[in-house]
Design a protein around this ligand. Structure first.
Ligand SMILES: [Zn+2]
Length: 141
């Protein structure tokens, strides 16, 4: 089967697979830090080793790539035309894992917020980040 990806795309996809310190996540972290929030990263003691943990606000933030986490209705979530069934299974498994993580964290009293990569595109990034801060702060009220 022909590999339709350019080397650039492939390394981009691989960086998403690893899932750590991706650019969208860095965007969120930098913003939160500038706003005075302090956080922990990739805490392995918590279900799913969450991306960003704000202990003071009992809040967890996941920054999800739209493709690998199957962002419903998102134009960046398009199942490839090759190995379609494999991809569908893979994405569904990722979604199921995400749901399970969220459930476990919520059971332990955490607020779980998911930010999708597409929500951090330049055009809507500011709104997304402002909303994020509101949701973090509202946890206590
Ligand atoms: Zn999306």
């Amino acid at each position: 089967m022909a590999d339709v990806h350019t080397p650039e795309q492939r390394s981009y996809n691989m960086s998403r697979v690893k899932g750590k310190d991706t650019r969208p996540e860095l965007t969120v972290r930098k913003f939160l830090f500038a706003q005075g929030f302090r956080y922990r990263l990739h805490d392995k003691r918590l279900p799913g080793s969450p991306d960003i943990i704000l202990p003071k606000y009992k809040t967890i933030i996941f920054v999800h790539g739209c493709f690998f986490h199957g962002h419903e209705g998102c134009r960046y979530f398009v199942i490839p035309k090759t190995r379609t069934e494999w991809w569908v299974n893979k994405i569904n498994a990722n979604r199921a894992r995400d749901q399970e993580k969220t459930r476990l964290l919520q059971q332990s009293g955490w607020q779980v917020i998911v930010v999708y990569e597409c929500e951090l595109k330049p055009r809507i990034r500011d709104i997304t980040l402002q909303n994020l801060v509101c949701r973090i702060r509202n946890k206590d009220s």
